[in-house]
Design a protein around this ligand. Structure first.
Ligand code: AMP
Length: 579
């Protein structure tokens, strides 16, 4: 079905930052954009200085940087100067623990003020900030802490007991756990350490190429990957938030991304602060009434959210939205999964504003393709490449890729390396990093097409990775966890399409001899997965004693998926003989 483009009328009081896309794109250079940043007083570049200290030293000193609502709706406010002092303290805490440049500090936290203090205090100390999803179970937490050689973890006593305590012995690198609340044995109190620390701190020399952030992401094979990002990425965070989110200093901005996801850092912490906005932080889980209340009561002007959340709001009806005064809201953007055109159009009806989809991924560090405030929206399209970003559709054979320029050709979405927030490596895996680049392109793993006017349209993943409610789920990680159950001989995991969360994780399981495919066992396996994996565990399990295999013995997830969807099974020439 064709959808009418949404034409933009420029009647708003706020002039879009990107008022003339073709011209800005033609004139843009990262070198000249660099002037928008302050830089460290003695030279160099540190994210914490751009996000906090530069504002605390100027007219925004007493402006509210963070307004953190707890689950009861009670708010704590931190001004830019409060944040400068609190992050100085945290940097001093790290220093007193012997944590220095390049050392990894992770959070396993919901949206609480300490998360922001930890993130910025860590990069201020030139250590490396690594956020984890608090919904992860113990297995994924352990894998990531281990892969990241994490030396400090900041969490809550409850999460520590549930997710970390039993693994502590297998994590020799993890020297310090700071908890927000009463410290269980083997941990320290975050508040007590902060109280002892000075609120004066001088940021050590930092180069734009120094590692600042470590984001974990999933692939189809093997363990999770740790994407390395540097301080220089802040330039891309800042510029893309100006263009794709249309952030202005006067905005009240709300990003609903989970803090464990790259969006939670790039656009949930760094970019909005570099723009000097007031950021709303809400600790509650999704609830349609609650969300509209936040938009209304906090007078949110710019809102960055995700398709799953928007689809859930849509399910509760446009009427509900209309019961709230959302007149302050002027710009809505979404990321992380395909945004169906119905949702873009629903935004017009329910919020009086269209939803601006944009595309990026952990490795790109910042938005690469976007719909913009002053450009028409083609519902269903991810939009146009950001100024300073060259995108293309490529095809190849694994050895070589070439760009395909025919409009509408489907191929892999690729980017020309060189934007400042490009990942600089997969930690401890140079070979995998090298494989991401071919013939001068970074290969994204997504399939897309480009229409004759240059708008990009998402087709699907080029691999077996699953996107469930915005979480990128590595099937291998799920399969490995299931196979630790004594009844499971083998498993194959796929994403099964779902109208709200995009895909749900479904596992096909082959049982060991002596085990029967009963409903009890199914329930037990679901609970087992949930205990180990948390939010990324399979929601559905099917028993299958004849999983299809390739000749090299791997379970053919693609075929499982085709069968699940009732699609043609396609090329099965690599199937195991006899199946
Ligand atoms: P992550 O690295 O977890 O942020 O996941 C990145 C992946 O999410 C991309 O490679 C896409 O597969 C998917 N994704 C992100 N944004 C969009 C979007 N706007 N439309 C469709 N898929 C998206």
């Amino acid at each position: 079905m064709g959808w009418e483009p949404i034409r933009k009328r420029h009647t708003g009081a706020v002039r879009p930052n990107l008022a003339d896309y073709p011209r800005s794109r033609a004139e843009f250079s990262w070198d000249s954009a660099r002037r928008q940043l302050a830089g460290l007083p003695g030279g160099g570049l540190n994210i914490a200085h751009e996000a906090v200290d530069r504002h605390a030293a100027g007219p925004l000193r007493d402006k509210v940087a963070l307004r953190c609502r707890d689950r009861g709706g009670h708010a704590t406010e931190l001004t830019y100067d409060d944040l400068r002092r609190a992050t100085n303290r945290f940097a001093n805490v790290l220093r007193s623990l012997g944590i220095g440049k390049g050392d990894r500090v992770a959070t396993l936290l919901g949206r609480v003020p300490e998360l922001y203090v930890t993130a910025i205090g860590t990069v201020k100390n030139t250590s490396v900030y690594a956020p984890l999803f608090s919904a992860f179970g113990p297995e994924p937490v352990r894998e990531r802490l281990r892969l990241g050689d994490v030396r400090v973890l900041v969490t809550t006593p409850q999460l520590y007991r549930k997710r970390v305590e039993q693994l502590r012995e297998s994590l020799p690198a993890l020297e310090h756990v700071l908890v927000i609340g009463d410290p269980p044995p083997g941990t320290r109190s975050f508040a007590a350490e902060m109280a002892l620390a000075s609120d004066e701190f001088t940021i050590p020399p930092t180069s734009p190429d120094d590692m600042a952030l470590l984001h974990f992401t999933s692939g189809t094979t093997g363990k999770p990957k740790g994407a390395v990002h540097v301080h220089g990425a802040v330039l891309a965070h800042h510029v893309t938030a100006a263009y794709a989110l249309d952030l202005h200093t006067d905005d009240v901005y709300w990003c609903t991304a989970d803090p464990g996801w790259v969006t939670g850092t790039s656009y949930g912490i760094i970019a909005p602060l570099t723009h000097g906005v007031t950021m709303i932080v809400d600790a509650s889980d999704f609830d349609a009434h609650g969300w509209y209340e936040v938009l209304q009561d906090e007078h949110v002007t710019v809102w960055y959210t995700a398709p799953t959340a928007l689809r859930m709001l849509m399910r509760s009806g446009a009427e509900l939205a209309k019961r709230y005064d959302l007149s302050a809201l002027r710009f809505v953007a979404s990321v992380g999964e395909p945004l169906n055109p119905e949702v873009v159009v629903w935004g017009q009806e329910a919020l009086g504003l269209p939803v601006h989809d944009n595309w990026w991924q952990t490795e790109t560090g910042a938005i690469m393709i976007s719909n913009y405030a002053a450009e028409d929206i083609r519902p269903g399209s991810m939009g146009l490449p950001m100024p300073g970003v060259e995108a293309g559709i490529v095809m190849g054979d694994g050895e070589r890729v070439v760009e395909v320029t025919d409009p509408e050709a489907v191929g892999e979405l690729a980017l020309r390396p060189g934007w400042p927030s490009m990942f600089r490596g997969y930690l401890h895996d140079d070979a995998r990093y090298a494989k991401s680049f071919l013939n001068g392109w970074y290969l994204t793993g997504d399939l897309a097409r480009r229409d004759p006017d240059g708008y990009y349209w998402f087709i699907g993943r080029a691999d077996d990775v699953i996107k469930s409610a915005g979480h990128l789920v590595g099937p291998f990680e799920v399969e490995s966890a299931l196979m630790e159950h004594p009844a499971v001989a083998e498993s194959g995991v796929i994403g099964k399409p779902d109208p709200v969360v995009g895909e749900v994780v479904k596992a096909f399981v082959t049982l060991r001899p002596g085990h029967e495919p009963t409903d009890e066992l199914r329930t037990e396996l679901i609970a087992f997965g949930r205990r180990r994996l948390g939010a990324v565990a399979p929601k559905e399990i099917a028993f299958d004693q004849h999983l299809p295999h390739t000749r090299s013995g791997k379970v053919m997830r693609r075929l499982l998926k085709a069968r699940e969807l009732g699609l043609p099974e396609g090329d099965t020439s690599t199937l195991e003989v006899g199946r």
